[in-house]
Design a protein around this ligand. Structure first.
Ligand SMILES: *Cc1c(COP(=O)(O)O)cnc(C)c1O
Length: 356
């Protein structure tokens, strides 16, 4: 075919999407993606290696990840049939929107993690921003009103929220769950670092979905492993759209090994929380830092007197990569992921130099 033009064949609405391109800068102090800064414990690596055999490579994985779900059941107190694993929680976000379908209005409590919006557009659903208050708390009455008026089929709410760091109390979530005829997805990607989990609400509300991940507190970002907790009827619907064998053998083995070594991770989590508090206090002491937002996660959002674009660029010249959030929704905001004590000192030193 001469003059073949792919744009003529693809969905017209794809024109509003651009491929996801994270910043790639080899050799920098990487504090931009909220990853776990610590090495995987040797003991866990050994446990994973002991499980490796030829079948891990040549055979399809267990499509239901029975062993991992059993361990997650022990960790969360939720029954295995109310747990679904995914290739990162990103995949589960896509699956949730897929069962609601093209055209479905989806409420997204903003500013927040971008994937709820992106995957809504991928499916052809209709994302709808419901902004937080000035202090980033959620106006639950307003959220209920919008969800009802717009017939939203789902509400995405992140707690602790990425990137603002604040949480939504379970009482507010209960009110929302009680009054809307929609799935309420509470993204608890950072729950190991702080905040109160919504898990106890699962018993009462069949419309609650809790998203979790191994990418942050458990250091498996490279192995793409997430899970969700929901009523078994919801899990049953999600299984219809999920790719069979979505979670590979290696990831299943590694996540199970993490669950078997929780105390090792807990001490690292405690260290990250301590470092978060040190970073927060140090940022507050810098006169040119104009705002620091309290966080219950493993990152901190802040603003400086100097324009965010310049601070980001000048830190990068010093080989320190943070996240530039500067946008109409979060004007002049930056986000720093909590690193190791050494990395955090390098960041603070670099920031002081850039701002002075
Ligand atoms: C990092 C992050 C995720 C992504 O988790 P994966 O399991 O790595 O896909 C989900 N939600 C929020 C809010 C995040 O910040």
């Amino acid at each position: 075919m001469k003059n073949f033009a792919i744009e003529k064949l693809v969905r017209k609405d794809l024109s509003q999407l651009t491929p996801y391109e994270p910043e790639v800068h080899p050799g920098v102090v990487k504090l931009d993606a909220n990853e776990n800064p610590f090495d995987m414990p040797e003991e866990v690596l050994r446990a994973i290696n002991l499980k490796l055999n030829t079948g891990v490579f040549t055979r399809y994985p267990d499509p239901l990840a029975a062993e991992l779900r059993q361990k997650l059941s022990g960790y969360t107190g939720v029954k295995p049939e109310e747990i679904l694993v995914g290739s990162g929680s990103d995949e589960l976000i896509l699956n949730i929107i897929q069962i609601l379908g093209p055209g479905a209005p989806i409420a997204v409590v903003t500013p927040t993690f971008s994937m709820y919006w992106v995957h809504s557009l991928v499916v052809g659903a209709k994302p709808l921003a419901v902004p937080r208050r000035q202090d980033f708390s959620v106006d639950i009455e307003e959220l209920i009103r919008v969800t009802e008026n717009q017939n939203c089929k789902a509400v995405f709410l992140c707690s602790p929220n990425n990137p603002t760091g604040n949480t939504t109390p379970p009482e507010d979530l209960a009110e929302l769950l009680k009054r809307v005829n929609a799935l309420v997805i509470v993204d608890e990607a950072y729950i190991e670092f702080g905040g109160e989990t919504a898990v106890p609400l699962l018993q009462e509300y069949a419309n609650l979905v809790i998203l979790r991940t191994f990418s942050k507190a458990f250091g498996l970002a490279g192995l793409r492993t997430g899970y969700l907790l929901a009523a078994k009827e919801v899990v049953g619907q999600l299984l219809k759209v999920q790719q069979p064998f979505n979670l590979n053998n290696y990831s299943q083995i590694a996540a199970a090994a993490v669950m078997e070594h929780l105390p090792l991770f807990q001490s690292r989590i405690n260290l990250i929380i301590e470092e978060r508090e040190i970073l927060f206090n140090e940022l507050k002491k810098i006169p040119e830092v104009s705002a620091v937002y309290p966080s219950l996660a493993n990152y901190i959002m802040f603003k400086t007197q100097k324009p965010a674009d310049r601070v980001f660029k000048e830190l990068l010249e010093k080989k320190i990569l943070i996240r530039n959030l500067n946008s109409p929704q979060l004007p002049e905001c930056l986000r720093i992921s909590v690193g190791t004590p050494e990395e955090n000192k390098l960041f603070l030193k670099g920031l002081r130099e850039v701002l002075s």
